[in-house]
Ligand binder design. Sequence first.
Ligand code: ADP
Ligand code: ZN
Length: 521
Amino acid sequence: MDGSSPTAHSILSEVFGFDGFRPMQADIVTAVAAGTDVLAILPTGGGKSLCFQLPALMRPGLTVVISPLIALMRDQVRALKEAGVSAGALTSANTEDENAEVFDALYKGDLKLLYMAPERLAAGGTDRMLAHAGVTLLAVDEAHCVSQWGHDFRPDYLRIGALRRALDVPLAAFTATADAETRDEIAARLFGGDEPTVFLGGFDRPNIHLAFAAKDKPREQILSFAAARKGQSGIVYCGTRAKTETLAKAMCDAGHSALAYHGGMEPDARREVERRFQTDDDLVVVATIAFGMGIDKPDIRWVAHADLPKSIEAYYQEIGRAGRDGAPAETLTLFGTDDIRFRRMQIDEGLAPPERRMADHGRLNALLGLAEAHQCRRLNLLSYFGEKPEPCGRCDLCDTPPETFDGTEAVRKALSAILRTGEMFGAGHLTDILVGNQTDKVRQRGHDDLPTFGVGKDLDRRMWGAVFRQMMGQDLVRPDPERHGGLRMTDAARPILRAEASITLRKDTMKPERRPAAKTL
Ligand code: ADP
Ligand code: ZN
């Protein structure tokens, strides 16, 4: 899943701002960067453009991208330029100035990606221009346009085969159309007699069981998950270096053979852990995400997250290290309010430009949606990557469908507590107000005089904790970095506050607090 080079990873994060590859991307990027002819079939939204943009930056010279969609080309060129990449498009929609700018960069030899509409291939002079432009890679988007039988047929796509031969460079073709006939036709027309390496997207890893749990007593949760798998290779991912050490110790105390691993360790010590993990068949590595790149162990039987990963892509990549041999593997991902706050703040306090931060929040939302899902995890996960699967029967929610209830009233009470206190407080203090708890802080602020004080007595503190967590998970409220993480209402919550929408919450993560058993005499 991530056999790609460190360079690919650093470009991925530095230029594109992503923290992990989507399924198949790493393998495709590696192949394309190495100059292999590639035909990749990925679902729409699967992340095809990265599969030629990133190799273009790893290779010397110019990558020419043929695409039929002018608006899309312009978008991509704009995004690449914003990321500091020299890119241009030659389309019929260009102004004279835009054309001049592209040719200028082309002659200077500093253009990395040149997008062209297929019609351009027919224009006089294009062949000669490209022959002298130092082209080292041809990428073809929407490659099914070369198929005469499809409804997107573009006659000019038929010129691509000849162009490839003339330039004598590798070709990478991408499409979302997967039927075997179209695939053969694409291969024949674009690659002539040469056989491209075919990547056929299918992101499911059916042998991996998926499960999430709200943090309750997180250390016990992880230890009991591991205890049921004693003697098997596993990885526990933690959010901090310090935690890898304490948890590794707890694992050892519980009788596991366990080692910590993080980026702050000496290179020699890290290599030793990697070596032992590779050779031992019962080692548990408790690690930060620094552990993983280059780990190529087929029989990792389980992966647990002691803290919520950064995004849905990171989640997929990390659990994907389990069960590469195809035998059953188990995963468990813990998440809680603090994780959500931590991840939000990490994005807000980062240096990324606003649009990128918004996209990061979106990818975190996707993961939170998966964590708080009401039905099949796999369905939720794979739909995010563009597939349309059936419920899987191999996730915790298929195993035991969760009970849900109409949480509209609870959410409205919580929102009202947030608004009446000026959107400055965290879930703990808000809960005190809702359940009518006379703490010092409540009294000092006069919050016991609010009409909201004590209106939530029907739920206990822990259940309110679950309500707030699900509200954060559904992005109805967000911690405000300018106000010490105090919860702020988002626009998504307005319809609920105005009673124009209702909301369903899960009940299973909201069991009332266990009361101490009554003493018997
Ligand atoms: P396709 O062409 O396959 O339909 P795109 O290349 O347009 O898909 O990518 C779809 C979306 O996924 C884009 O918003 C892109 O920014 C995002 N994306 C692609 N790769 C990644 C990644 N590795 N991590 C996070 N987001 C990604
Ligand atoms: Zn399922």
